[in-house]
Every structure is written in C-alpha cells, then in structure tokens.
Write a protein that binds this ligand. Structure first.
Ligand code: AHG
Ligand code: MN
Ligand code: MN
Length: 330
C-alpha cells in the first residue's frame, strides 16, 4: 500500500524534494487538527467561539484559530513556503528564511484552515482547503500582493483534508486527483482513492435551499429541473454546509454544488482564492467543471485576498445546464 510520501516521489512532475517538504507541513498540521477534532466533545478548548470576529465579519471558532496556527507553525518549520494567505488573517503572512543558504522558499500557500466551522460543535464533517502557487516576484525581493493574487489556472497544487468518519487528504498537481486516508494508529496517510472522477451518472444537487426566496429565477428553475421526474431525475438533495464535505461526496457519488449570489451575499459567499480556486482545480482534474455562472472560475483575475464569488461546481454537463438556465432567465 502506497504512503502519500511514496506516491509523491513516484508521481510528481514538480521538484520532488520541495513537494515532499510541503506535504510534510500539511500532514503535520492536519494530524494535529485530526487529533483535536476527535476529542472535541471532551474538551472546552475546541468547542465554541474564540471571542474574535474574523476579517469576514464572522464569529471565529476556537478550532478555526487552532487550525490557522497549526498550519502557519508547520509551514514556518519546513522552510519551503515564503508566504501564506489565510481566511483567518486579514493580510498575507511572510515567512522569513531561517538562514541565507537555506532551501529556496518559493511557494505561496492560500488556505482555509477550517472549512465548515458551523459544524464543529455538532460532530459533522469539516475540512481544510489549500492552494499552492510559485511566487512571481524575484526570490531576493519582498513579497507583494501580486504573488497572492494569481489566477487559479496558475496553481501547481490544490487539495483538501476532510475530517469525517475518517480523515482523508485529497490533492492534485495537475495529474489526476488522488486521495489518502489517515491510519490514526500508525499516523500515516495511505493511498485509498486513486484517480478520482465524477461518475457518468449524476444523482445529487447540493444547495442551501433555505435561501430559495433569495435566489434568482435561473437558480430556482434549475432546482425545479433537478426535482422533475424525467430521464434519470429527480436528483436527491444533499447539503452538509461544509464545502469540503459536500464536494467530496459529490465527486464520489456524482453531484453538483451550488452557492449562488443571494440577497444577503450579492457577490456570493465563498472565497475565490482559498475555497473556489482549489476546489475548481480538483473538479477539472476529476473531469468536471467549475463556473461562476458565466465564466470559468480558474480564469477569474483576483483583485482582493478575501474576494467572494458565486460558485457552481460538479459534473460538466450539469454545470453547463445550470449556466444555460442562468443565461436565459437572468
Ligand atoms: P467557513 O467555515 O470556512 O467560513 O466556510 C463555510 C462555507 C462553506 O464551507 C459552506 O459550504 C458554506 O459556508 C455554508 O454556508 P451556508 O451556511 O450559508 O449554507
Ligand atoms: Mn470555508
Ligand atoms: Mn474556514
């Protein structure tokens, strides 16, 4: 059985040593989070709010803060990342090289350390989402915001960790999507999902239908299309409220995820750089499609670190179908 490390060595097209260092940081932080999540019911340290309102204006949970700090510390210690942008930090964070002759720190990481925060306290799947680029500015210069505001199509690595009934790390470097399940007794991620693809037959739609009254006509008509008794429909509705969990299930079972703009979130709710771009990269690698309703997510030119976008992601035919509804009805 392949471990994640062995698989990276045999399958990476980028610098293997750098990728191994990167994954080493990601694995370390995710194992620390896995451990905390698994004892969440037993300790006040993890359940509840931290008392801080984050840059999104949302209540930060204790685990949001724990996960953010776990990833920053882990990236700092591995000497391969030069800058991090996190949902939990208003500005980007610069990581100084420890010594001048150290390994070239050229990677930029954008991260949602804890996705699905509202599910932490109720024992439902949560996740981490990460996206990696190569810095644009010369290595001897200071980082600039442009190093972080790169289009999604420039990603060299994207992935997520789902802390569910088991903890699974899923990633792509542009060579398929592969999943590795943590064996907690050994502390090792083993290859469990090789070359994931959306199945041919779709059966699920995932959208927060509680917002129905706030949706546009195109979205409402698409929901009715999913519910019609025709061809292989109706589809079943599944919505966890953790993007990672909803995406993971949809990629394995065949489903579309939709977070459109609403009256409350006129630009959409999900964040382009550390939620939608990495998930779109994975969706395309899994034979699917990701769109804001009109254009490809990965071609959007970012202008702000915490920018939001409407997000539609899933099997190609179904995403295109929704785009048609949006063009004709809006
Ligand atoms: P986060 O916990 O990182 O802020 O992300 C929450 C996101 C996403 O995971 C999920 O799909 C969506 O918010 C759910 O939003 P609603 O509760 O509005 O449906
Ligand atoms: Mn999130
Ligand atoms: Mn989050």
């Amino acid at each position: 059985m392949y471990t994640l490390g062995e698989f990276v060595i045999e399958n990476s097209s980028h610098s293997t040593e750098a990728l191994l260092r990167l994954f080493s940081s990601i694995k370390l932080a995710s194992k620390a989070i896995h451990k905390e999540v698994n004892k969440a019911g037993l300790t006040e340290k993890i359940i509840g709010n931290s008392g801080i309102t984050n840059v999104q204006g949302e209540n930060q949970k204790k685990l949001d803060d724990f996960a953010h700090r776990a990833f920053i510390e882990s990236f700092k210690s591995r000497n391969v990342v030069c800058g991090i942008a996190s949902e939990e930090s208003e500005n980007f964070i610069v990581i100084q090289k420890k010594q001048e002759n150290d390994f070239k720190n050229q990677y930029i990481v954008l991260i949602d350390p804890l996705d699905g925060s509202s599910n932490i306290d109720v024992n439902v799947s949560i996740g981490t989402i990460f996206s990696v680029y190569i810095r644009k500015s010369p290595i001897q210069m200071n980082l600039t915001i442009e190093d972080f505001l790169q289009k999604g199509n420039q990603q060299i690595l994207a992935g997520y960790i789902i802390y569910g009934s088991s903890t699974i790390l899923v990633y792509s470097t542009g060579n398929g999507v592969h999943g590795f399940t943590l064996d907690p007794s050994v502390g090792t991620f083993y290859l469990s999902h090789y070359n994931l693809h959306f199945p041919k037959k779709e059966k699920i739609y995932s959208i927060n239908e509680g917002n129905y009254a706030k949706f546009s006509d195109g979205i409402r008509k698409f929901i009715r299309y999913c519910q019609e008794k025709k061809e292989n429909r109706p589809y079943t509705a599944r919505y966890i409220g953790s993007l990672v969990g909803d995406f993971h299930r949809n990629m394995i079972q065949g489903g579309i995820y939709i977070y459109p703009k609403t009256a409350s979130y006129p630009e959409g709710k999900l964040r382009l750089l550390y939620e939608c771009n990495p998930m779109s990269f994975l969706a395309e690698q899994a034979g699917g499609k990701a769109s804001d309703g009109k254009k490809r997510i990965l071609d959007i030119e970012p202008t702000r670190l915490h920018q939001r976008t409407p997000f539609i992601c899933g099997p190609t035919g179904l995403v295109s179908k929704l785009e048609e509804f949006m063009i004709y009805c809006e």
